[in-house]
Structure formats: C-alpha cells, structure tokens
Design a protein around this ligand. Structure first.
Ligand SMILES: [Zn+2]
Ligand SMILES: [Zn+2]
Length: 135
C-alpha cells in the first residue's frame, strides 16, 4: 500500500485526513472528476464541503502532486502524477483509459510545421471503448 502521508510531505503538502482520503480514492479508482471525489469523500466525512475539496485538489495540482486532465465537453478529471501518457475517452460511457503514447513524434512534427517550442502536451483522444464496441 502507498504511504500517502509520506508522499504528501515529500511534496510539501500538509497531511490532513481529507487529503489522504482524496489520494486513496484516486489511487484505487484512477481518474475521477470533482463530483465523484466529492461523493466518495462525503461517505467518509459527512460534513466536508465541495469548496474544501476544490481547495485541497487545487493545492495538490499546484504542487504537481496531482494532475488535472481536461476532457472536451466534460468535467476535468484528476489523477496521481505518473509518467507521461495520453488519454482515451469513450464518448458513449465516459470511461477514461491511460495509454502510454509517446508524444515525441508529435512534438517533432510540430517543430517542422511551426516555430514553436512545445513544453507540455495534453493528448485526449475520443472514440468508443472496447466494452461499448462489443455491445
Ligand atoms: Zn464505453
Ligand atoms: Zn491518466
């Protein structure tokens, strides 16, 4: 199991029960949007407010402990920082999958097409997931 308090400290984040719970939920569920996190957290901390959760998440995003994945036409989801990857988003069921796509080819093509220095990428591809194709 993950040593969450240790990790939070490493990122200079104060360890609070709510923060630990948010990280636990993201660790076991993968990508979650703010509503899903809020729903899970209220099961454990009935008095926690949405604003508190937002504040906690934002401070963890600022410290680059969590990353925010912007999804077109849907709410952003959050995940623990991992090695660079792209996201596949199912238009039908909303399922989000990580794919270890190497963006260096894309970045190289950009450098040939435009005088622009890419320093971050956010690749989200939408389509239909395996489960939805089969039904
Ligand atoms: Zn699907
Ligand atoms: Zn991801």
């Amino acid at each position: 199991m993950l040593n969450i308090s240790g990790l939070l400290k490493e990122y200079d984040l104060k360890v609070t029960p709510q923060r630990v719970a948010i990280v636990e939920e993201l660790y076991s569920n993968g990508h979650m949007n703010i509503d899903e996190i809020y729903k899970k957290l209220t099961q454990r901390f009935p008095s926690v407010s949405l604003a508190t959760i937002y504040k906690n998440i934002n401070s963890m995003v600022e410290r680059v402990f969590l990353s925010e994945v912007k999804i077109p036409n849907a709410k952003s989801v959050y995940e623990l920082i991992k090695t660079e990857h792209a996201h596949l988003v199912c238009k039908n069921c909303g399922f989000i999958e990580d794919i270890m796509l190497d963006s260096s080819d894309i970045v190289e093509q950009v450098s040939k097409l435009a005088p622009f220095k890419v320093d971050s990428t956010n690749i989200v591809l939408s389509g239909i997931c395996k489960k939805c194709i089969n039904c």
